[in-house]
Design a protein around this ligand. Structure first.
Ligand code: PGA
Length: 221
């Protein structure tokens, strides 16, 4: 289930080529997208492709609560900088999770492709350890561990928002195709435990083992 890459660039290029291929094959693709440091290389490669994004619908996995969309560390800002400002995606086709997301996705037929990162504690989006595998899209309190991990993007731990809106595990698992990406030696243990170990609520990503169409890509450096 885990595909090993030699390095981060190779993995990033490959994931970008898959997304590009999916958009070429289906110009109406419903595409789930992550933020964080891991996908930056994928976005860098993806914006080099000459693709028509005008009918693509994007669905981000999560967003902080309590900081505005224009805050430098909001996920809206991240997405504008890394993708949205570089492609001809329509503003009305950009989605961030809110209480209406699951109903909307049900109506339109779910996500076709979802790219995911993973946290050191096995979280996916902001589904922290203990999250129910059938959880809906919802407002969540961030764990201390995630606040500390994300403080590298803020001035201090105190400035990291304590709440967020996240796509639920049920919503994630309903995607037709999932690709989880991770890089760095420090991520190996959690990736290995989630995909070669037991399925447990303590490691939310482990529930994806049961997904019929998941690929896990890992690069040690
Ligand atoms: P990272 O975050 O890509 O910045 O390591 C991944 C995650 O926490 O989902």
């Amino acid at each position: 289930m885990i595909t090993l890459f030699e390095n981060y660039n190779q993995m990033s290029e490959y994931v970008a080529s898959i997304v590009a291929e999916e958009i070429t094959n289906n110009p109406n693709l419903r595409l789930g997208l992550p933020t964080g440091s891991t996908p930056i290389g994928m976005y860098k490669n993806l914006i080099q492709f000459d693709l028509d994004w005008s009918n693509v619908k994007t669905y981000n996995l999560d967003e902080y609560e309590g900081i505005g969309e224009n805050h430098p560390q909001s996920y809206h800002t991240f997405m504008n900088k890394n993708l949205f400002l570089h492609v001809n995606l329509k503003k009305e086709f950009i989605h961030f999770p809110d209480k209406n997301l699951d109903t909307h996705l049900k109506q339109v037929g779910g996500l076709d492709l979802l790219i995911l990162g993973i946290g050191h504690n096995g979280h996916i989006a902001f589904n922290e350890p203990g999250s129910s595998p059938t959880s809906a899209t919802r407002r969540v309190k961030l764990t201390k561990e995630t606040i500390i991990a994300n403080s590298r993007f803020f001035g201090s731990e105190d400035e990291v928002p304590k709440w967020a809106f996240t796509m639920g595990l049920k919503t994630i698992r309903e995607s037709k195709r999932i690709i989880l990406i991770a890089n760095g030696q420090d991520k190996w243990d959690i990736v290995n435990n989630c995909f070669n170990g037991d399925v447990t609520k303590d490691r939310p990503a482990s529930v994806l083992q049961m997904h019929p169409n998941i690929e896990v890509f890992y690069a040690p450096q």
